[in-house]
Design a protein around this ligand. Structure first.
Ligand code: MN
Length: 437
């Protein structure tokens, strides 16, 4: 693995970009990759630090980069980061080290870099890559158990769950960056006691708390990715909200799985927090409970078990239109660790390619809903409200079972570990707007 701790992770390193020091998400130790436009200009690749963004093209034009770092920046200078991700980890890391040095408090080149900074608040964020393919997994074992209980109280997990990472091919065309409108979908539903289905707005609109895994180097069609090499194919992580219409889902999902209940929109946080930035936050994959099967050899790697999980805390907050009008703070729906994944990111990459399926640079994998074992860490309203049977009460006096028009869902994530500066993922939010008539 090429996941190394270096000077870019030094907790003592600060930046002359004052807003970065103590920034909840984007201190100098993070430097996530994204695509943005400013002043009505073209979409360009770059990074964010503190409250600023910095375009790769401007750094190249200013002659501030050379060697592998320049190669990486040129590849990432356009409207999508696919060419940069295709280069793999080494050039990405070289670019990170050079950017960190340029932005560090002791940089001799502050005067050359400072004029290139743009205010992040003035930037429009775009998707970081042209996503060719999107696959959503189901690795949150507590989520799978909670959902399974609704259908099979005595035997919630299907027999394949602990052997094979479950997933389905999602829709890439409807993935949007944070802030995109969440139009309530229309669809076909059938109430359990109804004789016939109806078509109309979903009444059980939900979110799913997930992480997105961005693919860097791909694999050729027919060539699997060995588990020991899988980490090298992961460029980084984002937050991902797999908006879900539960009433459409219940009616359509058999026998082929999720379809229109899921593909009307998926929201991602637009910054790719790189594998390099996440290196200090890698932790052991939780040991499987006694009696669980050991993964088949193609999914088993000691190094992946030792450091294939991430010390990331995930949160979901809800604010209704009434709460925002009254200035009430968002209501926290859940908080829990991202280690509640039965399979690691490397295992889902390897499994996806194990039949020879080719992954491409810039592809996106969703982990599946990540729920903690306890109520305060459930990653969807389906679980929190017991399928709509147990409404939650909000500070505004309102109640919710599923999402109403005007509701805003915001995901957040924070990687932290003793001895290192915490880093975050930025925004992943969306407001529900009424269905089209
Ligand atoms: Mn999902």
């Amino acid at each position: 693995m090429t996941l190394l701790i270096d000077e870019t992770h030094d907790p003592k390193r600060t930046s002359w970009v004052e807003s970065a020091n103590g920034h909840a998400d984007f201190p100098i130790q993070n430097l996530p990759l994204g695509v943005f436009s400013t002043g009505g200009g073209a979409a360009r690749g770059g990074i964010t630090i503190g409250d600023s963004v910095l375009a790769f093209a401007d750094l190249v034009d200013a002659g501030l980069l050379s060697g592998e770092a320049e190669t990486a920046a040129r590849a990432g200078a356009g409207a999508t980061l696919n060419p940069l991700l295709a280069l793999g980890a080494a050039p990405r890391r070289a670019l990170r080290r050079r950017l960190s040095a340029l932005l560090a408090s002791d940089s001799a080149e502050r005067a050359a870099v400072e004029p290139l900074l743009r205010n992040a608040a003035d930037a429009t964020m775009h998707l970081p890559t042209a996503i060719g393919d999107y696959t959503d997994f189901y690795v949150g074992i507590h989520h799978a158990t909670n959902v399974g209980k609704v259908f099979r109280p005595d035997n919630p997990l299907l027999p394949n769950y602990k052997h094979v990472p479950i997933g389905y091919h999602g829709r890439a065309s409807s993935i949007r960056p944070s802030g995109a409108e969440v139009r309530r979908p229309n669809g076909q539903t059938k109430a359990p006691d109804a004789d016939a289905p109806v078509f109309g707005p979903s009444k059980r609109l939900d979110y799913e708390l997930e992480m997105g895994v961005w693919i860097s180097e791909g694999n050729a069609l027919g060539q699997p990715i060995p588990i020991g090499a899988a980490a090298d194919h992961i460029a980084g992580l984002s937050l991902l909200n797999d908006w879900s219409a539960r009433d459409l889902q219940a009616w359509e999902y058999q026998p082929l799985g999720p379809f229109l209940a899921k593909n009307f929109l998926t929201t991602v946080s637009p910054w790719i927090v790189t594998a390099e930035a996440l290196a200090p936050f890698r932790v052991a994959q939780p040991v499987r409970p006694e009696g669980d099967p050991r993964p088949l050899p193609y999914l088993w790697d000691e190094a992946d078990q030792a450091e294939g999980a991430f010390a990331i805390t995930l949160e979901v907050a809800l604010s209704t239109a009434a709460m925002r009008e009254r200035g009430l703070a968002p209501h926290r729906l859940s908080r829990g660790p991202a280690t509640n994944m039965y399979w690691t990111a490397a295992q889902i990459v390897t499994h996806h390619a194990s039949n020879g399926c080719n992954l491409n640079p810039g592809d996106l994998l969703g982990t599946g809903t990540i729920s903690a074992p306890s109520d305060d860490g459930f990653g969807s309203l389906l679980e929190i409200t017991r399928g709509g049977k147990a409404p939650i009460s909000l500070e505004s006096g309102e109640t919710r079972t599923f999402l109403q028009d005007g509701d805003e869902i915001a995901l957040s994530g924070r990687a932290s570990r003793e001895g290192y500066v915490s880093i975050g993922f930025g925004e992943c939010r969306g407001i529900i707007t009424p269905a089209l008539a």
